[in-house]
Design a protein around this ligand. Sequence first.
Ligand code: DGL
Length: 266
Amino acid sequence: MDDRPIGVFDSGFGGLTVARALIDLLPNERLIYVGDTGRYPYGNKPQDDVRAYSHEITKWLIDEHNVKLVVVACNTASAAALTELQATYDTPIVGVIDAGVASLLKVSESNHVGVIGTVGTIGSGAYQSAVAEADDNVRLTCAACPGFVEFVERGELNSDQVRVLAQRLLSPIVDAKVDSLLLGCTHYPFLARTISDAVGRDVVLVSSADETAFQVRAMLLEDGTIREGEPVAPVFLSSGDVEEFARIGRMLLGPELDNVGPWSPE
Ligand code: DGL
């Protein structure tokens, strides 16, 4: 039994897809979520900047909240910083890339899969390496989708503009005839309908959120650090406009997004 909270962070709202899965699977855990909306998007920033932000937030979660585990609920930050974070801190730190690849390979029947993500994630080669390491018989087609994150951050999930952008950016995925597509950015599940319309209903969309939550549960069980006792309301913090975060965040996550406060980089 370990009463300490689990820290979760993302550049903004994307990590709410992972927070949702954690709340559903581990309802007794205390969650503290940092959305770095003041500095989003991470996906088009230099890797060094994303690494510095990731260190700053992780260190803050550990120093100020004594978290028992950190979930890097952002692919761009996982690609840029996970290995370094794990080497720096004693606290267990979980990313979303391995979980995403595990889910993707579980559902694919043709072994011909796609991954979409930010420019930073796709350009880092993290998915290309992770898929090759998991199974070198898999044919992988990747596409970066600049602009998707901004639509989600505005709460615009289904407009004509995002649909036109999706059709353009996802045409390499359609041409490649993949049977399953990993949403390799935690913001993208919020655009699932638009993405599915663009790639076709036959393509199975996969998100890393549930598998990440299962991995977190497995780690807590193994370490004997599952929290028991009454559920506690999760805490959400934003480095941007707190009221805006509460308004759009509630629409995306649901009523649990109630307790929102400011967060600022040191
Ligand atoms: N949710 C982040 C990810 O998974 C979005 C990055 C961004 O802010 O561009 O990559």
